[in-house]
Design a protein around this ligand. Sequence first.
Ligand SMILES: [Fe+2]
Ligand SMILES: [Fe+2]
Length: 245
Amino acid sequence: MSTSTDISEIADGIYRLSTFVLDIAPPAGFTFNQFLVLGDEPLLFHTGLRRMFPLTREAVGRVVPVERLRWLAFGHYEADECGAMNQWLAVAPQAEVVHGNIGVLVSLGDQADRPPRALADGEVLDLGGKRVRWIDTPHVPHGWDAGVMYEESTRTLLCGDLFTQLGSGPALTSGDIVGPAIAAEDLFQYSALSPGMGATIRSLANLNPRTLALMHGPSFAGEGRAALLALADDYDRRASHAVRT
Ligand SMILES: [Fe+2]
Ligand SMILES: [Fe+2]
């Protein structure tokens, strides 16, 4: 496990907390990123792994007092997305877990130590200075409860496992993120490949995001729409190949 977490502001008031782990997919290694969205009610997107909590807590504390955290959000119920959820609830007394309806119904209503807040598809959570919209993406890239969040004022898509890539790259890039994502999918096969996957990713392109906040990889500044359309095309290619063979 890594022993340090790097912090960068990747959009106005949105901080990327990145921990690099060399032991996963060596020699390239792998990053785990959380995103802290500042506002009157700060939101942390991804809690980090349970065993990484001391590291993540220290990193959040460098940006905002941890007890000020108001919302804990993540794309789907899985250890790297939400393993430290209850540790955060314990140190941040006002914090609530917030997720889509399916996640609350299937897992979080039971697993979270305090009652979670459920958001409908497209519902906006006003953080005071920032507005995050929940968007259902069932089974994309995996998990029935899967979804993403979109911060409207900075046009930042918190896209979770989409565009996962290996390596320790820069905090923010305007270079290609589609090629490395295709390579990582080839290696890990982490997506629940389905006929609708391309269409779901294509619908996110309509948001026309300016920044893509990847959970595993650098953040991307540029034509988010073009990157999402290219990724969607690649999943369509994979799905039709799977059907043919
Ligand atoms: Fe995941
Ligand atoms: Fe992940």
